[in-house]
Design a protein around this ligand. Structure first.
Ligand SMILES: Nc1ncnc2c1ncn2[C@@H]1O[C@H](COP(=O)(O)OP(=O)(O)OP(=O)(O)O)[C@@H](O)[C@H]1O
Length: 336
């Protein structure tokens, strides 16, 4: 199943559980924390798919499970027709070249003793790509693409600003010529003044290199600007999914509506902000029965069906808009 029309990445009911931490160190808990609880989505070639939600909803774990940086406990990930979980270590190592990740804070991934040139060359050496001359040419071209001038290539990471260090992190990921890049909150550690520059750079690189992105983000304003399609996650489950355009114009899930009510948006109907009570709390939510959002939900908190039955992700109206809610659309931005 390869070709321009098939999705590059298909994530099908992906799961990742961890052993829940016990309050009593002498009595280990047998409960499982379902960090990723059956999420499905696909990413087309050249497309940006966003994973959106509050801290702790499982965005990073989902990203790591997709790349097998942690082993999934269930579900299936297919990259360009390849069943990722079925790969032995060596083919998996080769596949990693095609699926790269950019982290929130590149500083932690950049060895302070190495020059920028060496840092960007390192992934090529690890993957045995080219001879010294070829690698040098690739590094120079990559640094130019991300906007680091060649005369700075012998400097160390600490001699750069946060934004420039993120450019170096991006260069390290892209020098391997991947097709898919997972961007894990790539601008949230940066000053607001440089966030737009890095976002524009990522868009530009996507256009030039035909990249597909999985973009992990908690800021909905950025998700709206940057993503073609997205999934809103809560406690490891998809609450709502669809094109960014549809989701922001016509949100149906009370969680999406609450998140959107908190951000000022041009042209949006003005209602009041919906303040969710409580916080994302994995073990207090009741792992498998009912809706995971119900404890904080302004619509379903006291409705029996929300406590008894986990709502399936069902199609709603336009294109691939889907919603997992027993009462979609009951809470709206205008009514808030
Ligand atoms: N290695 C681990 N062992 C145990 N629990 C973990 C581990 N990694 C993540 N978790 C738990 O899984 C849940 C999801 O975490 P995750 O980091 O994926 O969320 P997130 O949405 O990316 O949040 P953030 O933006 O804060 O990173 C959290 O409850 C977290 O504590």
């Amino acid at each position: 199943m390869t070709g321009r029309d098939t999705p590059l990445l298909v994530v099908d009911r992906l799961e990742k559980s961890f052993a829940a931490r016990s309050a009593n160190p002498f009595k280990p808990s047998h409960e499982k924390l379902r960090a990723v609880d059956g999420i499905s989505f696909s990413v087309g070639r050249g497309e940006t798919f966003g994973l959106v939600g509050e801290s702790g909803c499982g965005k990073s774990t989902a990203a790591r499970a997709i790349l097998r940086l942690v082993e999934p406990t269930g579900g299936r990930v297919t990259f360009d027709g390849i069943d990722v979980a079925a790969l032995a270590p060596e083919p998996m190592r080769q596949l990693r070249r095609r699926m790269q990740m950019v982290f929130q804070d590149s500083t932690g991934t950049l060895d302070p003793r190495m020059s920028v040139r060496d840092l960007v060359e390192e992934p090529l050496i690890v993957h045995g790509i080219g001879d010294g001359k070829e690698r040098g040419a690739k590094v120079d071209a990559m640094l130019e693409l991300v906007g680091i001038r060649p005369e700075f290539a012998d400097r160390r990471p600490h001699q750069f600003s946060g934004g420039q260090r993120q450019r170096i992190g991006i260069a390290r990921a892209l020098v391997l010529e991947p097709e898919l890049v997972v961007l894990d909150e790539p601008i949230s550690a940066l000053d607001v003044s440089v966030q737009a520059q890095i976002l524009n750079l990522l868009k530009d690189l996507q256009d030039k290199l035909g990249l597909s992105y999985v973009f992990i983000v908690h800021d909905l304003t950025i998700a709206e600007f940057f993503c073609d399609r997205l999934a809103v996650l809560y406690l490891g489950q998809v609450m709502e999914s669809g094109s960014a355009k549809t989701l922001f114009a016509d949100p149906q899930h009370p969680y999406t509506v609450s998140l959107l009510s908190a951000v000022p948006r041009v042209g949006a109907k003005v209602g009041s902000r919906i303040v969710l009570e409580g916080e994302v709390s994995p073990l207090g939510s009741g792992a498998s029965q009912g809706c995971v959002f119900r404890a904080r939900c302004p619509v379903g908190r006291n409705r029996p069906i929300c406590a008894e039955e986990r709502p399936a992700l069902r199609p709603h109206g336009a294109e691939d808009h889907t919603v997992a809610c027993h009462f979609p659309g009951e809470l709206s931005l205008a009514s808030a």
